[in-house]
Design a protein around this ligand. Sequence first.
Ligand code: 3AM
Length: 197
Amino acid sequence: MRLFLALDLDAPARACAVEVQGRARRAPALRNVTVRWVRPESLHLTLAFLGEVDADRVAPIARAAAEPWRHAPFRVELASAEAAPRSGAPRTLWLSVSAGRAALAHLHADACARMGPLLSAPVDPRPPGHVTLGRLRRAPRSSGRPVRDAVAGLAVPAFGWRVDSVVLYQSRLASGGASYRPLARAPLGCVILDAVP
Ligand code: 3AM
């Protein structure tokens, strides 16, 4: 089973991301390439991709993901849309995190420490930093410059939300795009607030 941990956007942030998707769809440079847009209900910030996991490992991973996270809730802000990678054929359109990176890196490190012992391969050590809006299908290299310029020109107003939980998702790949099924959810906020002897 293909699993990942993610942070859900709240409803207003989701609406902002959908609005950016709508403007991107109408950008002339993007009409010449095929983009598989992430459905509104599937928009998320990937905290850690856990990979393909054997069926017998799913329950312990779900139990671990359902344990409260010792991390205070924090605010994530997104600003600026980008086409990645920054050179060559563009493959992904995303919104970059502009605030909350340190908290995200910390939570990601916690997720790696919690999930690592339950997985057969290490978790990608790169801290998270974007919300994917869409994926380009076989875009030619020559589309890179116009696509990157069009996406950078979207003038995204900064928006964000308060992260207060982590969700374990199963990713199901299909020809129409991936769909994500929540398997476990746990709150942030289980912190010791004062010195405890
Ligand atoms: O939508 P984003 O980019 O946030 O890119 C995949 C997606 O994240 C990422 O996991 C999320 C759910 O599918 N992903 C897929 N395969 C991956 C891999 N091999 C991966 N991340 C790292 N390594």
